[in-house]
Ligand binder design. Structure first.
Ligand code: MRU
Length: 338
């Protein structure tokens, strides 16, 4: 199974990113020629989604090192600072650092970036298989934000599970939230689902609990930006509210993410840094004020869902049911962190 949407194109001299701020109305490509260009594209949300920003950052290091063989630490720092919550960014940079320290060879660095990119697609296809196997036929699901090909190296994580379930004829309906304030659901998930002909309906973020109360919903399926050792999961703001509502209404809750999203150095969600973005993202819409002048705002763009509200975490290695530190370590094949 392949995926037509390719948001990250590498041409050896430059990185081309599909500018996700303009979708679905305009398909515009952004050319990045330096680590600073890539860091800015990540910070400004031209490329977004945890795995996608890790892949872009890896290519950013290659651009930096092709221009200046002494640039590794500087480029690493600029890219690592571009967004704080998704650990995939740091995970990819650290993988690249391992190769650089061992080889001091830009071609080896480039090969590693391409490997990170290719592996992500392969992992997502496995996540899709594992996640879809949990769904009964005729499943009706809710998803949040955009976790599709646009957010990854292809296929997607939560949206990958949905794609795989659709291919297996197990899916009846996908409700996807708008995902304010950036509208990743309304703009991007809608676009991907439409291209695949998957039956779907857009809902306001605030409509999810009502939907669970009034219709049969089998699963909420979301992605993740960082999963702590105990299974607490940071994801797009609003995910926690979906998990609370799901538990209240007997709806199962699935997190789908590659193993690079686990951060076993965080023992719980309390240690996950949550990105706060400018108040103008709430007080304005496309440069036009929607709130009275001078109004203050609180704009955390991720939240943490406690592990106890999660029925299954699905990664490329398999399914962690009722996640806790021991079960996660077992599926990842890594020791439980101290
Ligand atoms: O702010 P964004 O758009 O980068 O947030 C994206 C999410 O929260 C996704 O759910 C997460 O990164 C997983 S993407 C496969």
């Amino acid at each position: 199974m392949t995926c037509a949407v390719q948001p990250i194109l590498w041409t050896r001299k430059q990185l081309r990113l599909l500018d996700q701020r303009e979708l679905p109305h305009e398909v515009r490509w952004l050319d990045c020629r330096s680590a600073a260009d890539v860091a800015s594209a990540i910070h400004e949300m031209a490329v977004r989604g945890a795995p996608a920003i890790g892949i872009a950052a890896a290519y950013g290091l290659v651009l930096a090192l092709r221009a200046d063989a002494d640039a590794f630490d500087r480029a690493f720092a600029v890219l690592a600072a571009s967004r704080p919550t998704a650990v995939n960014l740091r995970w990819a940079l650290e993988r690249m650092r391992g190769v650089w320290l061992a080889s001091r060879d830009v071609d080896a660095l480039e090969a590693e970036a391409v490997r990170i990119h290719d592996e992500d697609l392969a992992q997502n296809l496995k996540i899709g298989d594992h996640g879809a196997a949990l769904l009964d036929s005729g499943a009706r699901v809710i998803t949040h934000c955009n976790t599709g090909a646009l957010a990854t190296g292809g296929h997607g994580t939560a949206l990958g599970v949905i794609r795989s379930a659709w291919a297996l004829n197990r899916l009846a309906m996908v409700y996807h939230t708008e995902t304010r304030p950036w509208l990743q659901g309304a703009r991007l998930t809608a676009w991907e689902l439409q291209q695949e002909g998957i039956p779907s309906k857009l809902i306001a973020d605030g409509a999810a609990a009502y939907l669970m109360a009034s219709e049969t919903i089998d699963w909420v399926i979301v992605g993740a930006d960082r999963i702590a050792a105990n299974g607490d999961t940071a994801n797009k703001i609003g995910t926690y509210a979906l998990a609370v509502a799901a538990r209240r209404h007997g709806v199962k809750f699935m997190v789908a993410a590659p193993s690079g999203t686990f951060d076993l150095r965080c023992s719980s969600g309390r240690e996950i840094p949550i990105e706060q973005r400018p108040a103008t993202e709430l007080t304005e819409f496309r440069g036009r004020a929607v709130a009275p002048a001078g109004v203050d705002a609180f704009n955390p763009v991720f939240d943490v869902t406690p592990a106890e509200l999660i029925d299954a975490i699905v990664c490329e290695h398999g399914v962690v049911e009722k996640p806790d530190a021991t079960r996660i370590a077992r599926v990842l094949g890594r020791p439980v962190s101290p």
